[in-house]
Design a protein around this ligand. Structure first.
Ligand SMILES: Nc1ncnc2c1ncn2[C@@H]1O[C@H](COP(=O)(O)OP(=O)(O)OP(=O)(O)O)[C@@H](O)[C@H]1O
Length: 384
């Protein structure tokens, strides 16, 4: 198929635009796994766009579909429905060389650099591989020069070239992963939990490196993370996902100052505040029950089974639309205004649990609590 030309897109257009994206994984049964008995709705109708040079942070509990969304943007998994426009080009319309070319412009940084780097290759070979594969670098000396520049960009000495992934610390390995990702001069980096496997002190250094590279190379980021402090620090816009859908999206400072969706409020309430006085009076919103199965999501508002503000029967029956409640602030809750204005009072997690016949499981929120904040480092991350 031919690529839709990107010529019409302008600098003001978003670099990435996702429209109605769905990724449903079939659930197979039978002796030969040949019967489809249902679908896991990992991503179920997401719209978002990312401005050039900005960072979009995607947060939500484990299993809500963040990684699948990132992978679908790169077409590492095939979307079931919806469209992904990269620099004005519909990625789904591409095959063969045009797909390879556009993939070069979208790279991924993984959570576990050890798992994503071939242990049998030294750093030189790991960094040369993508350049060879895409015919970049201009000959042996050109590639060698490019690799040295890459290493320098991520703060590693040239002595690293002859060493193997297992000889490095976690933070250094992530630097190698980042060097590999930027080696093809991409426009978009999708970073899936880029620092969650690292020690807190090292997390700050890697976050700083990502920010430096963004500034220097004009990169656009989609950062997927469960650590709310990292996302707050790095993102211009934050999207909150719940069971395959975006429930809220806003500029980072707005979302962290006043989350409007009940789920976002619960997430944010789990983040400890560095000021001990404020921290002592901080109200935590505990949620009832676990994340429901994406194979059988609740009717109406998907969050209604755990929501402290649930109103019968509208929340049970009617799917809320993502609507604008403030400048660039989108929320999908029928009662967002009433909750914001204190007209509706929340029920306790115990009451919700009793109504729904489930137990109170604060871990649903605690799971994504910020490790960095727990350890008291919610200060601006120092440059190193
Ligand atoms: N290849 C697959 N086949 C079937 N189900 C899948 C597949 N990949 C993901 N899922 C399911 O899709 C849902 C979303 O998973 P996903 O990994 O995208 O969530 P996540 O929010 O990134 O969570 P985590 O942070 O744990 O990775 C989960 O229920 C997961 O089990």
């Amino acid at each position: 198929m031919t690529a839709v030309p990107a010529a019409e897109s302008t600098a003001a257009d978003p670099l990435l635009r996702v429209e109605g994206l769905q990724v449903h994984f079939p659930i197979k049964r039978g002796v030969f796994f040949d019967r489809t008995v249902g679908h896991v709705r990992a991503v179920d109708g997401v719209d978002l766009s990312i401005t050039r040079g900005s960072t979009y942070g995607l947060v939500g509990e484990s299993g809500c579909g963040k990684s699948t969304l990132g992978r679908a943007v790169l077409r590492l998994v095939e979307p079931t429905a919806g469209r992904v426009f990269f620099d004005g080009t519909d990625v789904a319309s591409l095959q063969g060389e045009p797909l390879r070319t556009i993939r070069r412009r979208m790279q991924m940084v993984f959570q576990d650099p050890l798992g994503s780097l071939d242990p049998r290759q030294n750093v030189e070979s790991l960094l040369a591989e993508p350049l060879h594969a895409h015919g970049l670098g201009g000959g042996k000396e050109g590639i060698a020069q490019r690799i040295r520049t890459l290493l320098d960009s991520v703060g590693l000495p040239s002595a690293a070239l002859r060493r193997y992934p297992h000889e490095f610390s976690g933070g250094q390995r992530q630097r190698i992963g980042i060097a590999r990702a930027i080696s093809l001069e991409p426009d978009l980096l999708i970073a899936d939990e880029p620092v969650s496997a690292l020690d807190v002190s090292v997390q700050a250094q890697v976050v700083n490196l990502l920010e430096e590279l963004q500034e220097r190379l004009g990169l656009t980021y989609l950062v997927i993370a469960h650590d709310l402090a990292v996302v707050k620090h790095i993102s211009d816009v934050v999207g909150v996902m719940y069971l395959g859908s975006l429930v809220e999206q806003a500029p980072s400072d707005v979302l962290y100052a006043e989350p409007l969706h009940p789920y976002s409020r619960a997430l944010m309430s789990a983040v400890p505040v560095p000021d001990p006085v404020v921290e002592e009076s901080r109200e935590r919103i505990l949620l009832a029950g676990d994340l429901p199965s994406p194979a059988n999501p609740p009717s109406g508002c998907r969050f209604h089974t755990r929501c402290p503000w649930r109103q019968e029967t509208r929340c049970d029956d009617e799917v809320p639309v993502l609507r604008e409640l403030g400048p660039a602030h989108l929320v999908s809750c029928h009662w967002a205004e009433e909750i914001r204005d204190g007209v509706l009072r929340p029920r306790s997690a115990e009451e919700v649990a009793a109504t729904m016949g489930v137990s109170v499981r604060p871990t649903g929120v605690a799971d994504i609590e910020s490790d960095a904040l727990v350890q008291g480092v919610d200060q601006p991350i120092e440059r190193t």
